[in-house]
Design a protein around this ligand. Structure first.
Ligand code: HXC
Length: 256
């Protein structure tokens, strides 16, 4: 499929999606979200893909929803057409997705990054939910996910003032898993993704599902979910292979 607002590549078992509206700092319009969703659908259906990397440019992961497109939206149309639902596709991905963020990740851009499974940041990354300066609040999960990432005090301050958080602060407070030099960001994300894609595909996806459970349920229910899935993994050939490979001191060869 030919895309106009994203660039899509495949490197062995890793799918790479680059947001690509350079003149608008990758502002997220309806076309881009549609194309992103189509690319995700294709990667999810492809057994040859084990992990996806989502990135932007050196200057911007994404500077938010496209303000020029949103400016004319009305309340009834926003409610009836429910455009935000289409943004949620990424949060329902079953395969692991890594956000590789350099430059601005603002508003919907920060929200998109937080829908991924973890965020690798360049030292140039800047995160923020500046919607309040536009007369609205975050609308694609920002008030909820940012609060879970960084706690109430910082999330509240960021959402109420629109101030940006740099990469060092983002790492300190747990919004990102690691910070790397900007020039190495995509290579490092691809390396991490390749390692994940080399694991048992079933176990990687179940691990993602189980970690995500911790956001959605009580500790006791989450532990119960984990226990059931862990027990079931002893029915996988990959469990036999992984443990045999360790004992035989050789690399494991997992099923995909
Ligand atoms: C549309 C945008 C844009 C955006 C930047 N541009 N952000 N266009 N929507 N969100 C465009 C600018 O209009 C400009 O194009 C070009 O990109 C370069 O931007 P500049 O402002 O000239 O660059 P710079 O001076 O470097 O400033 C960078 C910036 C600033 C600090 C990131 O662009 C900015 O504040 N952008 C808006 C950030 C924001 O408020 N995001 C939240 C959006 S609301 P032209 O052609 O005009 O020169 C949101 C709600 C999500 O995300 C809700 C979920 C559905």
């Amino acid at each position: 499929m030919a895309y106009e607002t994203i660039l899509v590549e495949q490197h062995d078992r890793v799918g790479l999606i680059r947001l690509n509206r350079p003149k608008a700092l990758n502002a997220l319009n309806g076309q881009l979200i549609g194309e992103l969703n189509a690319a995700l659908d294709a990667f999810e259906q492809d057994r040859g893909i084990g992990c996806v990397v989502l990135t932007g440019s050196e200057k911007a992961f994404a500077a938010g929803a496209d303000i020029k497109e949103m400016q004319a939206f009305t309340y009834p149309a926003t409610y009836l057409d429910d455009f935000i639902t289409s943004w949620e596709r990424l949060s329902r991905a079953r395969k692991p997705v890594i956000a590789a963020v350099a430059g601005f990740a603002l508003g919907g851009g920060c929200e998109l990054a937080m829908m991924c499974d973890f965020i690798l940041a360049a030292d140039t990354a800047k995160f923020g939910q500046p919607e309040i300066k536009l007369g609205v609040m975050p609308g694609a999960g920002g008030t909820q996910r940012l609060t879970r990432f960084v706690g109430k005090s910082k999330a509240m301050e960021m959402c109420l003032t629109g101030r940006l958080m740099d990469a060092a602060e983002a790492e300190r407070v747990g919004l990102v898993s690691r910070v790397v030099p900007a020039a190495e960001l995509v290579d490092e994300a691809m390396k991490v993704a390749a390692a994940i894609a080399g694991m048992s595909a079933t176990v990687a996806m179940q691990t993602k599902e189980s970690v995500n459970r911790s956001y959605e349920t009580t500790l006791a229910e989450g532990i119960r979910f984990e226990r059931r899935v862990f027990q079931a993994q002893f029915a996988l050939a990959d469990q036999k292979e992984g443990m045999s490979a360790f004992i035989e001191k050789r690399p494991a060869k997992f099923e995909h």
